[in-house]
Design a protein around this ligand. Structure first.
Ligand code: ADP
Ligand code: MG
Length: 312
């Protein structure tokens, strides 16, 4: 279905207006004008990130539009949690291919649920047609002290907010197949860890969300902070692995992305408070080359994107 500007207006009104959390009082103007207007609360920095999700690149084209919308919002919102920013609002640029009206309703409902769950109000966007479904979300939040990738110090501990590898296991198993529900949830219902931003903003020296894989994202912290990271693979939670063998599960936990857990560094004095919030210690920051090393049972492991081998 292609459409003219009257149809575009009715699509915006019916499917993209009033979605998500209530608009914060700092938003002076939302959907319906040429632009949105807002101010930041005093003492806070405005934190913003943009993410594009393209059919068959970032999600399977055959996926349900509710699920695709939910996942797109969850992935985008997670960048705010990774900065320890309070979620505030979002904008959406959507390119729509030919579709059934039920698909557009499902998209709208998925957006509504995911934006509400993340605490974001939808305050603007753009609607166009294209040959494939593309969703571009900007997410905006506020932080008194954004936590960057650059503050890790030698001697800090490395913390992760939950198990990793589940979304990778879902992808590996084929998303269209029947999956263990925890794997399905990890892939299709990513949750920015806004429940942890208070403790992260108070305790963490650096933070990132795991979108590319634990090792890849830890490497970003190492490079920005100028530290070496050592990870003890025995400390990773593989309780989700079902029938996968341990090697495969460990590889996914270390190298698969898409789980959107938080990876943080903090001094040893923060350990009890971070643990009470649900973080697990998985390693330590050391002086040295900005890279990540991993050991299992005291033996070094080496990794490639394809997997890892024991070093002999
Ligand atoms: P303009 O032609 O001035 O760019 P549009 O007709 O594209 O305006 O949009 C009208 C209003 O609807 C704007 O306030 C815009 O932010 C909002 N809008 C358009 N598409 C979306 C969308 N997909 N989600 C949320 N708001 C949207
Ligand atoms: Mg205009």
């Amino acid at each position: 279905m292609s459409y003219d500007s009257a149809m575009e207006f009715s699509i915006i009104k019916q499917h993209f207006t009033g979605l998500g959390a209530p608009s914060p009082s700092e938003v002076h103007l939302g959907i319906g004008d040429d632009a949105a207007c807002w101010s930041a609360p005093s003492g806070c920095l405005h934190v913003m990130s943009v993410d594009t999700a393209v059919a068959d690149v970032h999600f399977p084209k055959a996926g349900n539009w509710y699920d695709i919308a939910y996942r797109s919002v969850g992935c985008a919102a997670s960048d705010l949690a990774a900065m320890a920013a309070q979620p505030a609002f979002a904008t959406l640029a959507v390119s729509l291919p030919d579709h059934q009206s039920e698909q557009l309703s499902a998209l709208s409902q998925g957006l509504e649920q995911a934006l509400s769950d993340a605490g974001l109000a939808l305050i603007g966007g753009d609607t166009t047609s294209a040959s494939e479904l593309i969703l571009t979300l900007t997410v905006h939040g506020w932080a008194q002290r954004p936590i960057t990738r650059a503050g890790a110090k030698a001697g800090d501990l490395i913390f992760v907010s939950g198990a990793t590898g589940l979304a990778g296991a879902a992808l590996q198993a084929g998303l269209q197949n029947e999956l263990p529900s925890a794997w399905w949830q990890a892939y299709w219902r990513p949750q920015g860890r806004f429940d942890l931003i208070q403790v992260v903003s108070e305790q963490a020296t650096a933070a990132i969300d795991i979108s590319d894989g634990l090792l890849a994202d830890m490497t970003h912290i190492c490079q920005r902070s100028g530290i070496h990271a050592h990870i003890d693979s025995a400390s990773l939670d593989l309780s989700w692995r079902e029938t996968l063998n341990e090697e495969n599960a460990l590889q996914l936990a270390l190298t698969a992305g898409d789980d959107y857990q938080l990876l943080c560094t903090a001094p040893p004095s923060a350990r009890a408070e971070m643990a009470a919030a649900g973080f697990t210690v998985i390693g330590k920051c050391l002086p040295g080359t900005p890279s990540v090393s991993v050991s299992r049972d005291g033996q070094p492991l080496t990794f490639s994107t394809l997997g890892y081998q024991h070093q002999s």
